[in-house]
Design a protein around this ligand. Structure first.
Ligand code: 5GP
Length: 146
């Protein structure tokens, strides 16, 4: 899928916002939702999305929605560092399939990084699925630092 297109109401993040599929939530307010990635690039990998914007990518998102998302990105980043004490933190956002985007509802990745581990992104859809209980335990640890 290219940078152009229409918003798909059936994309996984729209379904999470609508409560049609589950997610392991870290934080939620009126405008923004943060939750753990089901195919994490590292322990504690989370995603932050706008609940109201139908933007597929950075080119489309309303500045107000982007500001709301980024404020929560910082909040989750701080809590993740307190909870997991990583050596680094990768904040990433992909636009269009050639750039690695697979879900076309704008989202920001927060990926803790540790010395000695490869810093790149494994192609999405080819990583391992996290154990649901492990994700819940991790979410408790991060939420405790919010
Ligand atoms: P993208 O490649 O679009 O930047 O990233 C999409 C991310 O969403 C991937 O890291 C993928 O593992 C994650 N993802 C895809 N579907 C779901 C889902 O249903 N639930 C959760 N929690 N993460 C998802």
């Amino acid at each position: 899928m290219s940078l152009d297109g229409t918003y798909d109401e059936g994309n996984p993040f729209a379904l999470i916002i609508a409560g049609k599929i589950p997610s392991t939530k870290l934080y939620e307010d009126e405008h923004v939702l943060a939750f753990l990635d089901i195919q994490p690039q590292s322990k504690g990998h989370s995603l932050v999305i706008s609940k109201w914007s139908k933007a597929r990518n950075i080119l489309e998102i309303e500045p107000e929605a982007l500001g709301q998302v980024m404020a929560v990105v910082q909040k989750i980043a701080v809590a993740t560092c307190k909870a997991l004490n990583p050596d680094g933190l990768h904040v990433a956002q992909f636009n269009g399939a050639p750039a690695g985007q697979t879900v076309f509802h704008l989202h920001v990745h927060i990926v803790p990084r540790w010395e000695g581990q490869a810093p790149g992104f494994v192609a999405h859809g080819q990583g391992h699925f996290a154990d649901a209980d492990a994700l819940r335990a991790l979410a408790d640890e991060i939420r405790a630092q919010l």
